[in-house]
Write a new protein. Structure first.
Length: 74
């Protein structure tokens, strides 16, 4: 299983029906890998890359406007 905390990009699909919940697709940078079979754990992007695993992966979730970062123009 690949995991990561840093989000690089996020696209929102608003769909065609205004009553549908928009879907957000986020691109995450891989920084942790754990294998349930052999219990191998890789905890750095360099090790994940050396193992031939993807350095990024996509995650879909329901769009939550509160997830957007603050503008930062305080």
């Amino acid at each position: 299983m690949l995991e990561g905390d840093d989000r690089d990009d996020r696209n929102v699909d608003w769909g065609h029906n205004p009553w549908d919940t928009p879907i957000a697709t986020s691109t995450i940078h891989s920084d942790y890998f754990a294998c349930a079979n052999c219990h191998l754990i890789l905890i750095r992007a360099e090790l994940i890359e050396e193992a031939g695993l993807p350095l990024t992966f996509e995650v879909e979730s329901e769009y939550e406007p509160d997830d957007e970062p603050d503008y930062g123009n305080d």
